[in-house]
Design a binder for this molecule. Structure first.
Ligand code: ADQ
Length: 469
């Protein structure tokens, strides 16, 4: 059996610090077999990038870093990836910032990474590409004659056809996606959108086996909802909570990267409505919102930060007293073990994205709860997690009344109902943890039948439809 080669924008750290994040836990075992390799961008940019992957050996697997010049990295990462693709795939076409050099840098990085990977890959290796920063990679690898199986998993949502067509390069993106052997999505919603887009852009035909036929090839597609290390996170929460006193007031908790897709202003508006409508709860609850800034150099992220600071100040000014602060807004990351305890000692988890691939915070909140006295999860209908976590209180994040009502329902919910809902949510999570996710994806990738339905083996570097770029 060949090696597993994982390729993502960022690789795990060379010294293993930060490995507790779900993805590394999930892929460690598969990578450790036969000397696996995880390839990602070097954390520092340089004007003189190495002409090869910079390989670091860890006891479990190798890390291969590709180096980029600062301007190239900026235009590829902050530019095309996070100012075009991220907003577009999250349905925020109003926030797309199209600059010709962004698209060129995105393509250049894929070409460069493909060149480096082609030098180290072997025919029986499996390649697993992650996320929107790397969509053209399989195309570039195939153009270089790489013939091994290539799977792609999209961590973020995939939009409908009209939204997708707002991306100036949409035809290319669609063709690049079709260059994979296996395409994995978080939800049926995203998978359905991909099917619609392939039908429209590449005259794709959905086969009875669920695969997509395009130009004489068959692409395997599936829905693989990502998860967390459920048992590991539960233990972190249990151990930490044993010597942590409970909060003075029932706590509502929100934990998110500071991103416009996470519905943070909508969450605060819902909380404000709750306070305005429920005078009996004034001074009796507190919202802790943890939201460390990310991608601070992109204007849309500066704007959301100011908006939140303003809103939390307004709520505190309107309802707060000398003894009570309704919103505690913390904008820095906190260690995972502290996070687990915070979740466990909170009565309500607020997860209100406007559009989200999955949302792991929803799963972490449930995993961390005390099964004998669990908190209640309030979850947006637009989080991928809502397809699985039906026993949460599902809300429309655009409706402050709906959020306010759910907060009231959660705070009033009797213990028996809280326990029942938590049991059902936890039982599902336990069966579908992140190990289940990675095994399901890799099993499907290994099983991909490389012979097309017409009996024609795919020819490396050649695809049967015309290209536009
Ligand atoms: P993200 O958009 O980053 O991920 P999410 O799934 O919520 O979103 O994961 C965030 C992770 O960061 C969680 O593990 C959370 O605990 C952690 N985190 C957030 N704020 C933190 C803080 N203040 N301190 C410490 N840790 C913090 C993308 C997609 C998601 C998808 C994931 C995985 O946007 O939809 O679920 O990938 O596929």
């Amino acid at each position: 059996m060949g090696r597993l080669i994982v390729i993502s924008n960022r690789a795990p750290s060379v010294d293993g610090s930060g490995d507790s994040g779900g993805l590394v836990v999930a892929l460690k075992d598969a990578l450790a077999q036969n000397g696996g390799l995880w390839i990602g961008c070097a954390p520092e940019q340089t004007d003189t990038p190495a002409p090869e992957l910079v390989v670091h050996h860890r006891p479990d697997f190798d890390i291969g870093l590709f180096e980029l010049e600062p301007e190239l990295y900026r235009d590829y990462y902050l530019g095309y990836s996070n100012s075009v693709l991220w907003p577009a795939l999250h349905g925020r076409v109003d926030l797309i910032d199209v600059q010709p050099r962004y698209a060129a840098a995105y393509r250049d990085v894929a070409r460069r990474v493909a060149g480096l990977v082609a030098k180290v890959v072997r025919e029986d290796d499996l390649i697993w590409v992650h996320d929107y920063q790397m969509i053209p990679l399989a195309h570039e690898l195939k153009a270089l004659g790489v013939t091994c199986r290539i799977g792609f998993f999209l961590h973020i949502p995939f939009p409908d056809l009209q939204t997708f067509k707002a991306i100036p390069d949409w035809q290319n993106l669609s063709e690049w996606l079709a260059d994979h052997d296996l395409l994995g999505f978080q939800t049926q919603r995203d998978l359905g959108n991909m099917i619609q887009i392939f039908r429209h852009t590449l005259r794709g035909e959905l086969r009875a086996n669920g695969n997509m036929g395009i130009g004489g090839r068959e692409i395997v597609m599936g829905c693989f909802p990502i998860s967390i290390d459920v048992g590991g996170f539960r233990r972190l929460a249990e151990e930490g909570a044993a010597d942590t006193p409970p909060p003075a007031l029932p706590r509502l908790i929100g934990v998110d990267r500071l991103d416009y897709s996470k519905g943070l202003p909508q969450r605060l508006a819902g909380y404000e409505t709750f306070l305005a409508d429920n005078a009996a709860f004034l001074g009796q609850v507190a919202l802790v919102q943890i939201a460390p800034p990310t991608r601070d150099d992109v204007d849309a992220y500066k704007a959301i930060r100011s908006e939140l600071e303003l809103m939390s100040g307004q709520i505190n000014g309107r309802f707060g007293t000398v003894d009570w602060t309704p919103v505690q807004y913390i904008h820095r990351a906190i260690p995972r073990d502290e996070l687990a305890v915070l979740f466990r000692l909170s009565s309500v988890g607020l997860v209100t994205p406007l559009f989200d691939g999955m949302n792991l915070v929803a799963k972490e909140f449930v995993a961390a709860q005390d099964p004998a006295d669990p908190g209640v999860l309030i979850l947006s209908q637009f989080a991928g997690a809502a397809e699985e976590m039906r026993e949460a209180l599902i809300i429309n994040p655009h409706d402050p009344q709906d959020i306010a009502q759910a907060i009231r329902t959660a705070l009033d919910m009797p213990l028996t109902e809280r326990v029942e809902r938590h049991q059902a949510l936890y039982a599902h999570l336990e069966k579908h943890d992140v190990g289940h996710w990675s095994a399901a994806f890799l099993d499907r990738l290994r099983a991909v039948d490389r012979i097309s339905p017409d009996g024609v083996a795919p020819f490396p570097g050649m695809t049967p439809w015309s290209r536009t770029g």
